[in-house]
Design a protein around this ligand. Structure first.
Ligand code: ZN
Length: 403
């Protein structure tokens, strides 16, 4: 008998294909193990290997030949918001271009919303992400853009995730339209004072129509001086300094990378050589939903850059929480192989968040994983748009579905 206080060991066996992302444990870069089993204890992976050699455990779950993958690590989202921009999407699909200014619509709705509504919406979207296999989700502020509204956005984000990012420098709010430099003073001064205690990361939208190179550098270095780690939105709407600035300040990730010059690719590849470096996080759902070209993932991968895939769930430029959809886009539209796309959506996202405890299923990793209604992970891209996540565990607890 197990004492009631001791966490039960759970054996998941009969796994047709287990993706560990640890080449030492199995075949290829995904470390795939056929006819595999996994033991979870105390919220961590305690044992991985062939089903036939699995030790006993308190509880047994039969995967019945299906596939198990590490939970998706979605390193980019903006789920603390209120309001709806479906009509803006419809207008865009009828030919109106996407501009950064649309963010201000969400800012007005978010400022007008109560805390309970913002938390309720964020919680609903987190559950939606869990149900689709995401077990780590970064969440940004950036629709408050005042000291009080950014601070409360971060407190709400902290209720749904540990990966909280201060994005006061998302766009310049309307009340500072005539004084953008004054807004940068606010973000790097009183707003940072109020927000730094509630965040792990600082981010800036380095783009024409948002913040230029000099303002972006000020924001990032001010955050770093307060102990925050840097990440950047860059090179989304056109070529620009975002990628090189991210590498220069040692940001963990530069996100979007839709418009890259050869020097940007080189800078990212060089930065990846040392280990940590700056990850190129690609957000193909945004390019899909804004009818932009897709980033040149092949150039990045072939040059040796570290690549992550993330969802960028937000009400304006990409309202999806489906990492499987992003994988399908990466494979079909960006010529990533199914293996590369799955790695980018799991261990790639973990690297973009400087995490080594998630994104893989080696012994000691967090027991964050998804059971797919599919014999292997290729089905994620092979059956686009089809729900294939049967059950999801986070920290060893079932958080969605039924095995
Ligand atoms: Zn974003």
């Amino acid at each position: 008998m197990t004492a009631p206080s001791a966490p039960a060991a759970v054996l998941i066996d009969g796994i047709g294909s287990l993706v560990t992302n640890d080449p030492a444990l199995g075949e290829g870069p995904l470390g795939e193990v056929a006819d595999a089993a996994l033991i979870v204890e105390g919220g961590r992976v305690a044992w991985v290997g062939p089903s036939a050699r699995a030790p006993r455990a308190d509880v047994r779950v039969d995967a019945a030949g299906r596939c198990v993958i590490p939970g998706f690590v979605d390193s980019h989202s903006h789920i603390v918001f209120a309001g709806d921009r479906s009509r803006e999407f419809a207008a865009r699909m009828s030919g109106r271009p996407y501009e950064a200014g649309g963010i201000r619509t969400t800012v007005a709705a978010t400022r007008a919303a109560g805390d309970a509504d913002l938390l309720g919406n964020a919680t609903r979207l987190l559950r939606e992400a869990h149900a689709q296999g995401t077990t780590t989700l970064e969440v940004k502020s950036g629709y408050g853009l005042s000291v009080t509204d950014e601070e409360r956005s971060l407190r709400i984000a902290g209720r749904v995730t540990d990966e909280v990012t201060f994005l006061g420098a998302h766009v310049v709010p309307p009340e500072y339209a005539e004084d953008p430099a004054g807004y940068v003073d606010l973000v790097t001064g009183p707003m940072l004072d109020a927000c730094a205690p509630h965040a792990r990361w600082i981010d800036v939208f380095c783009e024409r129509g948002a913040f230029d190179e000099e303002a972006s550098r000020r924001v990032l270095t001010a955050g770093q001086e307060r102990g925050l780690l840097a990440r950047v939105h860059g090179n989304q709407l056109g070529p620009g300094p975002g990628v090189r600035l991210a590498v220069e300040v040692g940001a963990a990730s530069v996100d979007h990378c839709t418009h890259l010059a050869p020097e940007d690719v080189d800078a990212l590849a060089q930065s990846a050589e040392g280990g940590e470096g700056t990850v190129a996080t690609l957000l193909p759902g945004v390019d899909f939903s804004t009818r932009q070209p897709y980033p040149d993932a092949r150039a990045l991968l072939d040059a040796g850059a570290a690549v992550a895939l993330a969802g960028d769930c937000n009400p304006g430029s990409c309202f999806t929480s489906s990492m499987a959809f992003c994988i399908a886009l990466a494979v079909r539209e960006m010529r990533m192989t199914p293996d590369e796309a799955l790695r980018a959506a799991t261990v790639g996202g973990a690297r973009a968040l400087r995490r080594t405890d998630v994104g893989h299923l080696g012994v000691g990793a967090r027991a964050d994983f998804a059971l797919l209604d599919a014999p292997n992970h290729i089905y994620l891209a092979y059956r686009p748009g089809v729900p294939q996540v049967a059950a999801v565990w986070k920290d060893g607890e079932l958080v969605s579905g039924r095995p």
